[in-house]
Write a protein of this length. Sequence first.
Length: 114
Amino acid sequence: MSPRKRTGTCWIASPGFTKLKLPENSPEQTRFWEVARNLAHIPGVLNFQCLKQTSPKNPFEYGLSMEFEDQGKYDSYSDHVEHQAFIQNFWLNDVGDFLEIDYEVLKVKLWQLK
């Protein structure tokens, strides 16, 4: 999925990092990622990515990351039937631990942060 220009009044980034209960390269893990990738098709989801940790700095092995133009699109995604089904049928069963970080992207120049 290619990045889109940010046009909304705010920009919500929503990465989530996980430690899966599923064996590495198992059919169950493959199915988890196949279904997770379908979340990218929910209206409002931008820049969807499935991620694999490459550093030993934290215990989370995998991640899902996506962005939304505004809070309304984020809320619609959260309430969407496909997202709710993924949570109930896969996330609650297959994820051992996770860290979700939802944040609004600051619209300031770097010099303003000093």
